[in-house]
Write a protein that binds this ligand. Structure first.
Ligand code: SF4
Ligand code: SF4
Ligand code: SF4
Length: 322
């Protein structure tokens, strides 16, 4: 006889979410519940406030009262996002190598990276509980974009890591499913080949810590597109990876890197016909390195713009505590 599928204990899953918030911040769990359960309604309202061309996600209907509560939370996020001191939803670009390290973790751990790594005052802990539990789900930004860059069938690009968020998402949000760490690595590889930028997200409503790796585009994504409001790598919602391109003598000035760079951080100098990097703008996303036909670009560490989110290095280093 076929085994009965295991019944989900929703009560336990909800309590898990509540328990993830520290005693003084238990009230944030309500925002967390609404955010994770109605993430597309949240994204729709957030991107609308930002003036983006969005459409209401009719696949995730909410009643009027819930919609009002989501809007209150969106307003709070927007207000707080104007400064690195108060921001509660932000991300850091990570090279694919560093994204792989995050999805390959097997141990529970607690790291508090310095502000050189995550340059925000609040919400910058990495607290892994059961990191092999990974969920992939529909991208919030593309899922509400009026003209998304990829169709809904290819929008499974948000990768959530660890408990309690994974259990909550897969049980209460029909657009998320569990994947194995091996599948997660394959999804990351494909996303990289498609030219998407990997961002490690830190969000207060997602238990006030690192919660997911997003595979972002430069057209629909709230973080990459908002970068242009500030126009530099010193901004309150998106931190640079800590790497910058080094251009070798092999460069012939073809300009492919400049065309690929969304952040206007690399250009070809007219006199020398060589690519030059603007360190104040470069986000270290590696798109130019991938695009260079002559292999003339190699990424290097640039301490003046911060340190990378390299979880293995953090585990060995001074910032981490288990
Ligand atoms: S941040 Fe990137 S992957 Fe995440 S929801 Fe937005 S576009 Fe999608
Ligand atoms: S793509 Fe490569 S060869 Fe072309 S300008 Fe950029 S660095 Fe030089
Ligand atoms: S210069 Fe290269 S690494 Fe820097 S932001 Fe532009 S594409 Fe990304």
């Amino acid at each position: 006889m076929a085994e009965e599928p295991k019944k989900l204990d929703i009560d336990k899953i909800n309590k898990g979410l509540l328990n993830a918030f520290m005693l003084d911040y238990k009230s944030d769990a309500l925002a967390g519940y609404l955010y994770l359960k109605y993430i597309y309604q949240f994204g729709y309202r957030l991107l609308k406030v930002m003036g983006r061309d969005v459409k209401e996600p009719d696949y995730q209907p909410v009643d009027e009262g819930t919609a009002e509560m989501i809007q209150l939370f969106v307003d709070q996020v927007c207000e707080r996002s104007l400064s690195k001191e108060t921001s509660i939803m932000h991300s850091k670009i990570v090279r694919p190598e560093d994204a792989f390290k995050l999805v390959r973790q097997t141990e529970n751990m607690h790291l508090v990276p310095s502000e050189r790594v995550i340059p925000f005052k609040l919400t910058r802990e990495i607290l892994f509980e059961s990191p092999q539990e990974i969920a992939i789900g529909r991208c919030m930004c593309r899922g509400v974009a009026a003209h998304p860059c990829v169709p809904p069938s290819e929008q499974d690009l948000c990768m959530w890591i660890g408990e309690p968020n994974v259990s909550f998402l897969v049980s209460q949000n029909p657009y998320f499913r569990k994947v194995t760490p091996t599948e997660a690595v394959r999804i990351l590889e494909d996303a990289h080949k498609a030219g998407f930028i990997h961002c490690a997200y830190f969000e207060k409503p997602a238990s006030d810590r690192f919660n997911c790796i997003c595979n972002c585009c430069t057209c629909c994504c709230m973080s990459t597109t908002n970068w242009h409001l500030f126009g530099s790598n010193d901004n309150p919602f998106l931190a640079p990876s800590g790497y910058v391109p080094d251009v070798s003598d092999a460069c012939n000035g073809c300009g492919d890197c400049a065309k690929a760079c969304f952040f206007n951080a690399i250009s070809v100098e007219e006199k020398t016909k060589k690519a030059v990097v603007d360190l104040k703008k470069c986000m270290g996303c590696t798109l130019c390195e991938d695009k260079c036909p002559l292999d003339a670009i190699k990424m290097r560490l640039e301490p003046s713009i911060g340190e990378p989110l390299d979880v293995e290095a953090l585990k060995r280093g001074a910032f981490g505590r288990k």
